[in-house]
Design a protein around this ligand. Sequence first.
Ligand code: UD1
Length: 366
Amino acid sequence: MKANRPIILVVGARPNFMKIAPLYDELKSRSVDQILVHTGQHYDEKMSKVFFDDLGLPEPDIYMGVGSGSHSEQTAKIMIEFEKICIDYDPKLVVVVGDVNSTLGCTLVCAKMNIRTAHIEAGLRSGDMEMPEEVNRIVTDALANILLTPSVDADKNLISEGRMEQDIYFVGNIMIDSLIKGLKRASKSKVLEEIGIQKGEYGVITLHRPSNVDDFETLEGIISAMEEIVKENRLVFPVHPRTKNNLEKMGLKSRLEENPEIILTGPLGYLDFLSLINNSRIVFTDSGGLQEETTFLGIPCLTLRDSTERPITVLEGTNKIVGSSKRDIMSAFKGATENANYQKASIKYWDGKTASRIADVITKGE
Ligand code: UD1
């Protein structure tokens, strides 16, 4: 074994960056030889570069530039390019995060090359195989050597799928490390002034799941619910590129633009977005990470999906799974605004120290 074999950290899409940044810093402080690889799954400045700046991540050491495509095309491109990197750098460990196609593609390469992998955010399950992320989670967790879980439900899922206890480490939620650090800096954000809104007087909505934004009837129903909701409070809607493309294709964009109570923005940077949600009255989303962030912050969250891979946010937090029909959204909105008693959740190991626990696990024996 060469003495200087590095650890490779892989990022690809927007939700990966805030999960890798704290680990990158921690490994750097321990002088661990590491290489940051960006697959290029997300490539727009607002979907990627802004996050590196906001999170204090350096430029990636290697940028693969795979870009968009169908799931198979994107995953295949990731595999071809990542295999070359593994041949060149001979890593002793590859760290992957979350559930995006980059997570799956790089884990598959490592399994084929007998390279050890650690999966951060292992064990989450929605039970919905129509979600591309669920396929990515299941395959990644079947192959990864070190399974780093954010909550105890994830440990149980892995055990029930036959993974051995000695491969599973409950380390907590690393995204909360970034959140705690980011909150101080986010308080200086001018995003509310720029948008022209006041603390506590607006809701935020984010949508990007194919099940919500690729189907006309579903998306039209959500927009119709938004038009009702803004009779009570304004909505800020930072629009994901997938959603923007579909709104334009389906002829729905002008309907949103014409409503003065719906404020459309492009994708926001990490700190501006934190400030936006932390000062909001309520959040509507189909994102995974946002269910956790709102739980930590004590902001009511209505999840416009039929399932969640993060049940702890419902059991111990402020999240409610409401589905995507106009009727269900409206009745949940009414319930959420009538109940003003929301509190910050205190979940074990969502404490800002997860990166340190992960670094202990992955550098054990060095
Ligand atoms: C991906 C992840 C999803 C994650 C989401 C966060 C998978 C299977 N999905 O979904 O789990 O929650 O990222 O954002 O990995 N596009 C741009 N600019 C970009 C990136 C994408 O315009 O920088 C557009 C392209 O038209 C692309 C589409 O958005 O085809 C979808 O991008 P893609 O990475 O395939 O999936 P997301 O919907 O972003």
